[in-house]
Design a protein. Structure first.
Length: 294
């Protein structure tokens, strides 16, 4: 069965001018979009699969900014494209286009099971849980432009060409290689306790990486790598596990509906809540409740 990316969104002020021009590859689907933006355009997005979002170009006023954020409120705005974001599966994302008239962007949806088979032991699946928003990398941008040209080409070159470009991008993004990974420095005991206590206390809210890094007096990159070296998982995954444990307690309360629990836990809707819960626990929230009642 062909891989079909699935996403939910709620958008306002964006209208598709052209797209998507789709390139279906072996484990990756590339979509090229041309989008017109009305004043104050913004939207919410969540996808079942991890994906790369590459804003290739934009047109706007001198004060124009383009932002992607893990929070629904306006985060500090970024500059105009080009820029790259990697979004893990089931991560909620908000996007804003201020004083921008047009954006061309490339989305690469990743089929993890297929990529795992292709890359075998070189793919550490936990690396797919680390979000990276609004960064720049010339090699990835160069590959993205070549993939976009193939999406736009009415007579694409051999499918191995597009596949090779997309795989090169994934390998570059995840820094995959056969060389032995250097040992990462772990957090000091006080840093780990401060970070974990904060995550546990705020697990039902959206926690930004810069908040955790500031608590430990480290840069975001240093903190993220050190936290993973200390716990075996990235901060985003640790928070999600803490959130699910809190949800399990909420599901034991007969006065709360599943919709209420989903809202209290910070999920966008019950469908998203059910999908994440089943992915991490192995059963749906309703089945978990019924198991508690038996």
């Amino acid at each position: 069965m062909a891989f079909l990316p699935q996403m939910q969104n709620r958008i306002s002020g964006f209208s598709v001018k052209k797209g998507p021009r789709r390139l279906s590859l072996n484990g990756i689907v590339a979509d090229l979009w041309d989008v017109e933006c009305a004043p104050g355009a913004g939207g919410y997005y969540v996808g079942r699969d991890p994906r790369l979002f590459i804003a290739l170009e934009a047109e706007g006023d001198r004060s124009a900014t383009f932002t992607l954020s893990e929070r629904s409120d306006h985060a500090p705005a970024a500059d105009l494209p080009p820029c790259i974001s990697y979004i893990p599966a089931d991560m909620e994302l908000w996007g804003y286009a201020d004083n921008i008239r047009f954006v061309r962007h490339l989305d690469l949806h990743l089929d993890v099971e297929t990529l795992q088979r292709r890359l075998m032991e070189d793919l550490d699946r936990s690396s797919l849980d680390d979000p990276r928003l609004m960064f720049s990398d010339e090699r990835i941008l160069s590959l993205a432009r070549l993939i976009a040209a193939e999406c736009d080409n009415p007579d694409p070159l051999h499918e191995l060409y597009g596949d090779g470009l997309a795989m090169a991008m994934v390998i570059d993004l995840l820094k995959l290689g056969r060389k032995k990974e250097r040992k990462r420095t772990q957090l000091a005991a006080w840093q780990l306790k401060r970070a974990v206590d904060f995550i546990e206390a705020h697990c039902l809210q959206r926690i930004r990486l810069d908040e955790l890094a500031e608590l430990t007096n480290l840069s975001q990159s240093h903190f993220s790598h050190a936290f993973k070296a200390s716990t075996g998982m990235p901060p985003h995954q640790w928070q999600m596990q803490a959130r699910i444990e809190r949800v399990k307690a909420l599901l034991q309360r007969p006065d709360l509906s599943l919709t209420a629990v989903a809202m209290m836990a910070g999920f966008s809707d019950q469908a998203h809540f059910t999908r994440v819960f089943r992915k991490m626990v192995g059963v749906t929230p309703l089945a978990f409740q019924r198991r508690l009642a038996d």
